[in-house]
Design a protein around this ligand. Structure first.
Ligand code: 5GP
Ligand code: ZN
Length: 114
């Protein structure tokens, strides 16, 4: 756990969140400022700052984050599709320094993203 990390505090239960899924390695919560009818954040339980810090040994974890997102998309009935987004670093639009996958759906998305 990183003491100054918002998501580590949520994972530890020190800050509240709406949890939609949890296992030993992955936590999924509803985004506090949803940009679509479904907006879930999936994060590793172990602190990892971003994709830029991921290593070969994190491959399973990163796969689990994405496959859990697909499972939750099914639960959320996103049969028309959805978007998985991993903002990375300042130019990538990352605002919380704990790796997370956005699962966004329930409306049509635009391309290119802003
Ligand atoms: P990023 O910009 O780093 O890709 O995504 C961070 C996301 O975390 C944003 O969509 C933001 O709304 C969400 N967020 C920020 N603070 C909180 C919080 O305290 N609780 C929850 N559930 N989401 C948060
Ligand atoms: Zn963290």
């Amino acid at each position: 756990m990183s003491n100054d990390c918002l998501f580590c505090k949520i994972i530890a239960g020190h800050l509240p969140a709406t949890v939609v899924y949890r296992d030993e390695r992955v936590l999924a919560i509803r985004d506090i400022h949803p940009v679509a009818p479904t907006h879930v954040l999936l994060m590793p339980v172990r602190h990892l700052t971003s994709m830029a810090e991921a290593e070969a040994g994190d491959a399973d974890l990163i796969g689990s984050l994405h496959l859990t997102a697909v499972m939750l998309a099914g639960r959320e009935k996103l049969s028309r599709g959805y978007r998985l987004v991993v903002n990375t670093g300042p130019d990538g639009g990352q605002t919380v320094g704990h790796l997370h996958v956005h699962l966004i759906g329930g409306r049509a998305m635009h391309w290119p993203p802003g």
